[in-house]
Design a binder for this molecule. Sequence first.
Ligand SMILES: [Zn+2]
Length: 275
Amino acid sequence: MPAFICTTCGTQYSPSDAPPAQCIICEEERQYVPLSGQSWITPERLAARHANTFRQHEPGLISIGSLPTFAIGQNAILVITPAGNVLWDCISLLDDATIAVIKGLGALKAIAISHPHFYTTMVDWSRAFGCPVHLHAADRKWVMRPDPALSFWEGDTLKLLPGVTLIRGGGHFPGGTMLHVAQGADGRGALLSADIATVAPDRKFLSFMRSYPNLIPLSAREVEGIAAALAPFGFERIYGHFFDRVIASGAKAVLAKSVARYLAAIAGTARGPME
Ligand SMILES: [Zn+2]
């Protein structure tokens, strides 16, 4: 039986004879069902139509994404450290080439995922590399393919490996998680923020949304929560959820000015009365 994948969000469901009747992720207000309607693909057909591409941002950080783009256009980031490798976030396509490349780089100690829009085919990845998938327990209800390899963590931080730490920021989802990599940016620290803190197209600011496709903002309290979660951590660089969404330097200051701008915008104090 195939484990069908939603073509709009990339989420894989438990194996079934026929495709699921609906995608629960896409029908929720943070996602959407396209005008053309719900459609599904099997992992085999996905692998026949797409391939994965790899981009090294800096030593030890390699983005993985599919071409042509599939679903939301998710990227994963392979974090390579002396203590082992972590796959940050996940993408739907796991083909033989990807397995061979990652095994050649030392395989995986763990997979960790920021929020449900990146859960994709996490169970297939876990089985291919024999490693656990760390998800925040607050988002447990959005798992569409339960599996014993899924490890639900609670609280505000979880150290995966030396210098590799999960940080719960909440916001976009209650369990919304970011990854701090201490060795990143030549030891000054890198934050893999996914879209818990989204790198804007100008690469000068971050922003924060409950839904990006449906344009639902977060409250001041939620954005202050993200900032508070990151306060104890030092980082020079931020990698967002797409290949090219990177704040290369001064990222800690960018976070501070971005939070201030957001709070002023929703408080109505951002501009003068005549602007
Ligand atoms: Zn979906």
